[in-house]
Design a protein around this ligand. Structure first.
Ligand code: SAM
Length: 280
C-alpha cells in the first residue's frame, strides 16, 4: 500500500475513521480515469464530496476549471493543504455536505456544475437523493459506490436490483456503470468491491410533471417489497381497493403487478391516474 499516504496521515496525527467511510484511493491512473469517465472539461465547475486526503481532488483539479471540495473531517485540513499545494483552482469547505444549502452551492459553483465523489457508504443514498431532488444546477453525478449499490442505481425495471432509488434517478436522467474498482485499491481495504456510476441529468425529462407527487407514488409502491402494487397503494397511500385497482387498470398494467416492474414513465402515468381519481 501507498506509504506516502500512510506517512502523510501519520505525520499529521490522523487515524482514519470508519464512521466517516474513510477508505482512500491513491492510484493516480485510476483517479485520472474517474475524472475522465466523469467527462470533466476545462470549463467545468466540479463539486467533490468527501475530499479525504485529496487524491481525487487533485485529479479533478488537473482537468476542471474549478473544484469545490467538501470534507466533514477538519483533521484532514493539513493533509489536504499538503496534497493540494499546487492546485490553485480548488476551494475547500470543511462542512457536512448534507447541511449545505442549494443557494450556497450556487454561490460557490455557479449556475451549473458536475458532481464527482468517492462517496462514504453511510450517506450514499441521502446524498444522491439530495442532489436529484434539490439542485437545479447539477449536470451529472459520477460517484464511486459499493458495487451492489451501483447495480441498483443502473438497474432496469424488472431486475432484482431495481428499487425506489432507481426510479428516483430515472425521473431525472439515467445511470450507467462506467468502471469497476476492486477493494484492494483502497486504504484501508474495505470488505466490499466498488463501482463508479455516472448519472447524467436531463433537465427536460418529465418537464412540467409534479415530481414530488410521483415520488410519493414510488415510495408507496416500494413500501412493502413483496406486496402487489395494489396492496402497497392501499396501505401506503390510503386508496380504496376499487380506486387502486382502477388506476392500475387504466394504466394498462397487470392487476397483480409489483412496483419493481414499473418504469419511471409508468410511475408518472400512474400518478396522473391517482390524481384524477382523488380529484374526481
Ligand atoms: N475522495 C477521497 C478518495 O477518493 O480517496 C476520500 C473518499 S472517502 C470514501 C469519503 C470521504 O468523505 C472521507 O474523507 C470522509 O471524511 C468524507 N465525508 C464523510 N461524510 C461526509 C459528509 N457528510 N460531508 C462531507 N464529507 C464527508
Amino acid at each position: 500500500m501507498d506509504n506516502k499516504l500512510k506517512n502523510l496521515l501519520f505525520n499529521n496525527g490522523v487515524r482514519l475513521k470508519k464512521a466517516y467511510g474513510q477508505n482512500f484511493l491513491t492510484d493516480e491512473s485510476l483517479l485520472a480515469e474517474i475524472a475522465e469517465k466523469a467527462g470533466i472539461e476545462s470549463t467545468d465547475a466540479v463539486l467533490e464530496i468527501g475530499c479525504g486526503a485529496g487524491a481525487l481532488t487533485k485529479a479533478l483539479s488537473e482537468r476542471a476549471g474549478k473544484v469545490v471540495g467538501y470534507e466533514i473531517d477538519e483533521r484532514l485540513k493539513p493533509v489536504l493543504k499538503e496534497t493540494l499545494k499546487d492546485c490553485g483552482n480548488v476551494t475547500l469547505e470543511f462542512k457536512d455536505i448534507m447541511k449545505e444549502t442549494p443557494q450556497n452551492l450556487k454561490r460557490l459553483l455557479g449556475e451549473q456544475y458536475k458532481i464527482v465523489a468517492n462517496l462514504p457508504y453511510y450517506i450514499t443514498t441521502p446524498v444522491i437523493m439530495k442532489f436529484l431532488e434539490n439542485a437545479d444546477g447539477v449536470l451529472s453525478m459520477t460517484v464511486m459506490v459499493q458495487e451492489e449499490v451501483a447495480e441498483r442505481f443502473a438497474a432496469r425495471a424488472g431486475d432484482s436490483d431495481y428499487g425506489a432509488i432507481t426510479v428516483g434517478i430515472n425521473l431525472r436522467g439515467s445511470a450507467e456503470i462506467v468502471m469497476r474498482v476492486g477493494r484492494e485499491k483502497f486504504f484501508p481495504v474495505p470488505n466490499v468491491d466498488s463501482a463508479v456510476v455516472r448519472i447524467d441529468i436531463d433537465k427536460d425529462k418529465f418537464k412540467g410533471t409534479d415530481l414530488a407527487a410521483v415520488r410519493e407514488t414510488v415510495k408507496a409502491a416500494f413500501s412493502g417489497r413483496r406486496k402487489t402494487l395494489e396492496n402497497n397503494l392501499i396501505n401506503a397511500m390510503g386508496l380504496r381497493r376499487e380506486t387502486a385497482k382502477k388506476c392500475i387498470e387504466d394504466c394498462g398494467f397487470s392487476p397483480l403487478c409489483r412496483g419493481e416492474t414499473l418504469s419511471a414513465e409508468d410511475f408518472v402515468l400512474l400518478t396522473e391516474k391517482i390524481k384524477e381519481a382523488r380529484n374526481g
